[in-house]
Design a protein around this ligand. Structure first.
Ligand SMILES: NC(=O)c1ccc[n+]([C@@H]2O[C@H](COP(=O)([O-])OP(=O)(O)OC[C@H]3O[C@@H](n4cnc5c(N)ncnc54)[C@H](OP(=O)(O)O)[C@@H]3O)[C@@H](O)[C@H]2O)c1
Length: 237
């Protein structure tokens, strides 16, 4: 297990799902972990009590609040952006505001948070965005704008890796495939369809995604940058 003792770590969107597993993993590794949440206060407080991490209410869709929260954590060693939303449906019928909110949370927030963190990040810091294999492959109808947001993350990661590389800061995306969470339950109505696209026909567990995140965030990840680390059971193969 990588040692994150005394590392200053911020996880955006850590109250539930993949983000919560990442908070648990870094806390188990000895990190000084803070995480944000938007609406899930009981889940956030429970996780904070369980792990010793600090829970901060901050809406990623509110740029001022987001930037102030990142700045308030000082010189970070590791920033993980796990906050994300999924809006699905017929593009001719989905409300434009719902699409724009998803773009705010999934694209604008990772960009502004990453840049703000980099203003004062320690040398050899780590910026990790939880993207999606849907940035590479979108085999079903109804998720166009979600795929758009995850492809946008790929461009951002490639560019910021070059912007911050001189300081030893790495910038990467972890790209899960179907992963058991409130967003995409392993027993949900779409599960069988998704497993049909996979070589390993099951949802990942959030802790499996967290372990890959910890590898990229740890000392062995120093030469991994500008990359998409896909963990999808072969969904995109
Ligand atoms: N599950 C999958 O199959 C899958 C696959 C590929 C990629 N992903 C990506 O993985 C990331 C995490 O997804 P998940 O499955 O863990 O989803 P989830 O179970 O729905 O959890 C989403 C997390 O993001 C937080 N969040 C959402 N909107 C926020 C906002 N405006 N401000 C701050 N925090 C916000 C939520 O906090 P609150 O509850 O407090 O609002 C919650 O902690 C997302 O980027 C998602 O696109 C998921």
């Amino acid at each position: 297990m990588n040692d994150f003792t005394d590392k200053n770590i911020l996880v955006l969107g850590g109250s539930r799902g993949i983000g919560a597993a990442i908070v648990r993993r870094f806390a188990a590794g000895g990190g000084q972990v803070a995480f944000t949440y938007a609406g899930s206060r009981p889940a956030a407080e429970k996780l904070a009590a369980e792990t010793g991490a600090s829970a901060i209410q901050a809406d990623s869709a509110d740029r001022s609040e987001l930037v102030a929260t990142v700045a308030g954590r000082g010189a970070l060693d590791i920033l993980v952006i796990a906050a994300g939303t999924l809006v699905m449906g017929d593009p001719l019928e989905i409300e434009a505001d719902a699409i724009d909110h998803m773009i705010d949370v999934n694209v604008r927030a990772p960009y502004h948070a990453a840049v703000e963190a980099a203003r004062r990040m320690n040398a050899n810091g780590r910026i990790i965005v939880i993207g999606s294999v849907n940035g590479d492959r979108m085999p079903i109808a109804g998720a166009t704008a979600y795929a758009l947001t995850k492809s946008a993350v790929q461009g951002m990661v490639r560019g910021l890796a070059r912007d911050f590389g001189a300081r030893g800061i790495t910038v990467n995306s972890i790209q899960p495939g179907p992963t058991d969470s409130d967003m995409n339950p392993a027993d949900g109505p779409m599960a069988q369809t998704m497993h049909g696209f996979m070589a390993i026909k099951r949802h990942a567990r959030p802790d499996e995604v967290a372990e890959l995140t910890a590898y990229v965030a740890g000392p062995h990840g120093a030469m991994i940058t500008g990359s998409m680390q896909t963990i999808d059971g072969g969904f995109g193969a």
